[in-house]
Design a protein around this ligand. Structure first.
Ligand SMILES: *Cc1c(COP(=O)(O)O)cnc(C)c1O
Length: 480
C-alpha cells in the first residue's frame, strides 16, 4: 500500500497515474459533441449503487474505466460552446496546471509553517487584486471558498464595525436581485428576521438609489443602525451592475459599510475595454471576487478584499498549537488570522500561474469576448419576434422567453418555456438556465465561453422554439 504514497520513491507511479488521468480527460474533452448526455439521476444511481466501496479495484486503469462509466461519460461539460446555463466557466490550462501542482504539494495556507512561499504568493495576489480595484494602501484580504463565504466574511466585519450588541437593530440593504447569500449571512450572523431590507431595482435591474436613500432615511428615523449596503456588481440573474458611485455617496452619508459583491463582475478588473462599468468599486469597504466565475479558474478560487486591513482582526482567534499571539509580534505571516477557514487550499496558485503565463490582459480579453457575444445575442433576440428579452446586458447574461404569437395565456407561455428548458436538458444538445421575472418564467444564457458563437446562439434559440412549439402543439391536442 505504501507504493500509493506520493514521495521520493514513487515518482514514476505518480507520473504514470496522473498522465493516465490527464489523457482520459483530454480524450473526453476532444470527443464531447454535446455539453451533456441527458442522463437522469434514475439512470445513474443504480450504476453508482452497484459499486462496493469495500472492494477496491487495486488498479488505476480499472478505476478510471469505472469512473468513465459513472462520471466522465455523463458529466456536464462547461467547455462545450453550447453550455450556456450557469456562472461556470471553461477553465484555462495554466490554472489547471496550478491545480495539479497545488494538490500534489498540498500546502495548507493557514500558517506559514504549513505553506511558506504559498503564503506570500497569496498575499501578492491579494495586493494585486486590491490595486486593480483601487482600494488604497491599507487594503488586505484573503482567498475564500467562494462568493458565499466572501459575502459572509464581509458582513461579519461590517457587523463588528458597528460596535453594537443590539443585533436586531442592524439593517443590511441589498437589491431585490442580490445574491441569496446576503440573506443566509444575515441569518448566520444572528441578525433579526427583518435585517435585510430589500431595495427595488429599475428597468435595467440596477438598485434604485432613490429607493435606497429613502430606506436609509427610514432606518435612521426609526433609530435603527444601517450596518451595510450590499451593491451587486454583476447580478447572478441579469449581470446588471448597481450604480456604485451613488451607492458609495449614500454609504458615506449614512455611515454604512459599503460591500460590493463582484462575484461575477470581477472579470472587468482585467478588462481593458469595459473596466469603467465598475467605476466606483474603489470606494467599497469590502469586495467579493469570484475568480472561478469570470477569470476562467477552476472551482474554488475566490477572495474577499477589504479597504482597511485592521478590520480583518474581527476574524482573528489564536490557538497555542497553531498561531499563538506571539507570532504576530515575531512577524510570522499566518493567513489563518484573516480567514474563516483553518486548513485551506492553495487556490491562489491557479491564478498565479494564469497571470504568469497569460497575463491579466489575456484573461480580460477572454471576458471581453463573452461580453461582446452577449451584446450580439441581445440584438438577435431583440430583433426576433419569437422572443421577449429582458435587459440589455452589462456583462454576459441574456434573460428572455419564448412568446408564441398565437398564445395569450401567460401561464401557458410559462409552461412552454419550462418545458423547452427541460426538453433541451434531456436532449443534451445545449444547457440553458431559467429564472423568474415579475413572476413569469424566463430562460437564461450565461455566456462565459469565448468559443460560443452567434451561430450557436441562433441554433439554441431555434431548438428552444422547436421544443416550446412541440409542447404547445401537444397541449392543443390535449385540449381537443
Ligand atoms: C455566484 C455568486 C455568489 C456566490 O458565489 P459562490 O462562489 O457560488 O459561493 C455571490 N454573489 C453573486 C452576485 C454571485 O453571482
Amino acid at each position: 500500500m505504501r507504493s500509493h504514497l506520493l514521495n521520493d520513491t514513487t515518482a514514476e507511479h505518480y507520473r504514470r497515474s496522473v498522465t493516465e488521468g490527464v489523457e482520459r480527460v483530454a480524450a473526453k474533452l476532444a470527443a464531447t459533441d454535446r455539453p451533456f448526455t441527458g442522463v437522469t439521476a434514475d439512470d445513474l444511481a443504480p450504476r453508482i449503487d452497484a459499486i462496493d466501496l469495500d472492494r477496491p479495484l487495486r488498479d488505476t486503469t480499472a478505476a478510471l474505466d469505472e469512473l468513465e462509466d459513472v462520471y466522465l461519460r455523463d458529466a456536464v461539460y462547461f467547455h462545450h460552446p453550447r453550455y450556456l446555463a450557469h456562472l461556470n466557466c471553461p477553465v484555462v490550462i495554466p490554472a489547471v496546471l496550478g491545480e495539479a501542482v497545488l494538490s500534489a504539494v498540498n500546502s495548507s495556507l493557514d500558517t506559514w509553517d504549513q505553506s511558506a512561499g504559498g503564503t506570500l504568493i497569496e498575499r501578492k495576489l491579494i495586493d494585486w487584486t486590491s490595486a486593480r480595484i483601487g482600494l488604497g494602501p491599507a487594503a488586505d484580504g484573503v482567498f475564500t471558498s467562494g462568493g458565499t463565504q466572501s459575502n459572509l466574511q464581509a458582513l461579519l466585519l461590517a457587523r463588528e464595525e458597528t460596535k453594537t450588541e443590539e443585533l436586531t437593530k442592524l439593517r443590511v440593504f441589498a437589491s431585490e436581485v442580490s445574491h441569496f447569500s446576503v440573506q443566509k449571512s444575515a441569518k448566520l450572523l444572528g441578525l433579526g428576521p427583518d435585517a435585510v431590507v430589500v431595495v427595488p431595482v429599475d428597468h435595467d435591474k440596477r438598485m434604485q438609489t432613490v429607493a435606497l436613500a429613502h430606506e436609509l432615511e427610514r432606518c435612521a428615523e426609526a433609530g435603527l443602525i444601517p450596518m451595510a449596503v450590499v451593491a451587486t456588481a454583476g447580478t447572478t440573474d441579469f449581470g446588471s451592475i448597481d450604480p456604485l458611485p451613488e451607492i458609495a455617496g449614500l454609504c458615506e452619508q449614512y455611515g454604512a459599510w459599503m460591500h460590493v459583491d463582484a462575484a461575477y463582475g470581477c472579470g472587468l478588473l482585467a478588462s481593458r475595454k469595459y473596466r469603467h462599468r465598475i467605476d466606483g468599486i474603489e470606494r467599497a469597504d469590502s469586495v467579493t471576487v469570484d475568480y472561478h466565475k469570470s477569470f476562467f479558474q477552476p472551482v474554488s478560487s475566490s477572495a474577499v478584499l477589504v479597504r482597511d486591513a485592521a478590520t480583518l482582526r474581527h476574524a482573528t482567534y489564536h490557538a497555542e498549537y497553531l498561531n499563538p499571539r506571539r507570532m504576530v509580534t515575531e512577524r510570522i505571516p499566518n493567513q489563518v488570522d484573516k480567514s474563516l477557514q483553518t486548513t485551506r487550499r492553495f487556490d491562489a496558485l491557479k491564478l498565479w500561474m494564469t497571470l504568469r503565463v497569460m497575463g491579466a490582459d489575456g484573461i480580460g480579453a477572454l471576458f471581453d469576448e463573452v461580453c461582446d457575444l452577449a451584446a450580439e445575442g441581445w440584438k438577435l433576440l431583440a430583433a426576433d419576434p419569437r422572443f421577449d428579452v429582458v435587459v440589455e446586458p452589462s456583462l454576459s447574461t441574456l434573460v428572455f422567453r419564448y412568446i408564441p404569437a398565437a398564445v395569450t395565456d401567460p401561464a401557458e407561455i410559462d409552461r412552454a418555456n419550462l418545458y423547452a428548458r427541460k426538453a433541451l436538458f434531456a436532449s443534451g444538445d445545449a444547457v440553458v438556465a431559467g429564472t423568474k421575472v415579475s413572476g413569469r418564467h424566463y430562460l437564461k444564457f450565461t455566456l462565459l465561453n469565448p468559443e460560443t458563437t452567434t451561430a450557436d446562439i441562433t441554433a439554441v434559440l431555434d431548438l428552444i422554439a422547436g421544443h416550446a412549439e412541440q409542447y404547445l402543439g401537444e397541449s392543443l391536442d390535449r385540449a381537443c
